[in-house]
Design a protein around this ligand. Structure first.
Ligand code: HEC
Length: 154
């Protein structure tokens, strides 16, 4: 096979593989590490403590959070809490990647947290679901109130 043809085939194949990778959800081996996610996304607020974000490697900031436990803290942060945007403001982040970032931050800030295993991921999903259900109920109550106000015109 002549070299230029081979090169262009290789390029075409690489493109196809890249497309396939884009269409399919990435296998877990291809997921980003907690450190990568932290550096790319969370760092923006958690390095300096923007809007009271708990600061990376600040044990005093992290002690009460670590106390909450990995399942609960990760789920609440993923759903979003006060000035902490849901998914760290990065919608394309997978839950596992987000959870790894939380574990990385906690492990560098006085906690003994590891990358979540299947059991921990199940717990995080369960906690996140409960948190979301609670928010949905609160919003439905607000909607009801709005309709009632509409009817009485005030
Ligand atoms: C735009 C700024 C911003 C970005 C980006 C951000 N955070 Fe936060 N985060 C905050 C703020 C502010 C708080 C404190 C919220 C509060 O307690 O009022 C917070 C709190 C947290 C908490 C504690 C939640 C709790 O229950 O108190 C965790 C865990 C967390 N962030 C993880 C992350 C991870 C992981 C990322 C990256 C994927 C990230 N954050 C990206 C602003 C940010």
């Amino acid at each position: 096979m002549n070299t230029p043809l081979f090169a262009s085939l290789a390029i075409a194949l690489t493109g196809l593989l890249a497309q396939a990778a884009h269409a399919e959800p990435a296998p877990s081996a291809a997921l980003k590490s907690g450190k990568q996610v932290y550096n790319e996304t969370c760092f923006a607020c958690h390095d300096s403590g923007v809007a009271q974000a708990p600061r990376f490697r600040n044990k005093a900031d992290w002690a009460p959070l670590i106390e909450e436990g990995q399942g609960i803290l990760t789920a609440h942060a993923w759903v979003g809490v006060r000035a902490m945007p849901a998914k760290g403001g990065k919608p394309e982040l997978r839950l596992t990647e987000f959870a790894r970032a939380v574990a990385y931050m906690a492990s560098q800030s006085g906690g003994d947290w590891k990358d979540p295993d299947a059991r921990m991921m199940k717990k995080i999903r369960h906690e996140a679901e409960e948190r979301l259900e609670k928010s949905i109920k609160e919003m439905q109550a607000m909607k009801k109130e709005l309709h009632r106000l509409n009817e009485t015109d005030d």
